[in-house]
Design a protein around this ligand. Structure first.
Ligand code: SAM
Length: 257
């Protein structure tokens, strides 16, 4: 699992928050009892869920101690849990599982999604958002840069994001156990400011596994980043007003068991 840097991740907070909030408003309006945010990161959304559903017990689970340390600094009633989604086995069945921008890091969705939804109590809600990252131009550039250079033997070891399964597959996995399934996609056109914003954005997420495997060789790491930056700037040039447009497709699903 890659290391996470909460400060770097939060640099584009407004842009990153938007899909989580768009997902949250699609959760059926009802009184929840037991809510889990899986891969809660620095805890912003779990804290929001706790505010919105003030009578529910809200838990935020993440495998990164650094992210959870940041989460614990929030004034909130959330129960923060260090652990992995793979091993997630709550003793009380949740009636809401919320998970934003986390499950794309996990393999074998054909097994994972039915397992998570199967943990819900009957009538419980599964609300999930994931970037459709593998298919994007910036991820293609990342893969190609990683494969072609003196760093390739190291970057080969970096944890990769898998291709996004077909939407119909998610529908099949969820509808087998859920009465209602709503799946949609949106492409956000992020208007980013500052220098090398696409690279900076990716340093907070997709680049993490590559930064980890190259961490012991600073010169090689810098050479890799320079090569990556050159290709990104060529494909995502800043406009005359300095804004860099960064299209990012995302997949959403809300299912009721
Ligand atoms: C891109 S961040 C998203 C954080 C938060 N949900 C948000 O939307 O801001 C992905 C988070 O998933 C966590 N994560 C990745 N794989 C995980 C796993 N297998 N089990 C638990 N957490 C995981 C990471 O530690 C990280 O905090």
């Amino acid at each position: 699992m890659p290391s996470w840097d909460p400060d770097l991740y939060d640099r584009y907070k407004a842009h990153r928050d938007r899909p989580a909030l768009d997902l949250m408003v699609q959760i059926p309006d009802r009184r929840f009892r037991e809510i889990w945010d899986l891969g809660c990161g620095s805890g912003e959304h779990a804290a929001l869920l706790a505010l919105r559903h003030s009578t529910a017990r809200v838990h935020g689970l993440d495998s990164s101690p650094d992210m959870l340390r940041q989460a614990k600094n929030r004034p909130s009633e959330v129960n923060w849990v260090l652990g992995s989604v793979e091993a997630f086995a709550p003793t009380t069945p949740p009636d809401l599982i919320f998970t934003n921008a986390a499950l794309q890091w996990l393999p074998d969705h054909a097994t994972l999604f039915p397992r998570l939804v199967g943990l819900l109590e009957r009538g419980g809600v599964f609300a999930c958002q994931m970037p459709m990252a593998f298919e994007t131009q910036h991820h293609r550039i990342l893969r190609e840069t990683a494969e072609a250079g003196p760093w390739a033997s190291l970057t080969r070891e970096a944890r990769r994001i898998d291709p996004t399964p077909a939407l119909a597959d998610y529908y099949g996995w969820l509808s087998a156990i859920c009465g209602e399934v709503d799946i949609w996609t949106t492409t956000y056109l992020h208007a980013l400011e500052g220098e090398d914003p696409v690279v900076e954005w990716m340093r907070g997420t997709a680049l993490r596994p590559y930064l980890d495997v190259l961490a012991d060789d600073e010169a090689l790491l810098e050479a890799f980043l320079d090569a990556f930056r050159a290709r990104i700037v060529a494909d995502f040039p800043p406009r005359e007003d300095g804004v860099t447009l960064f299209p990012f497709p995302r997949l959403f699903m809300v299912a009721v068991r």
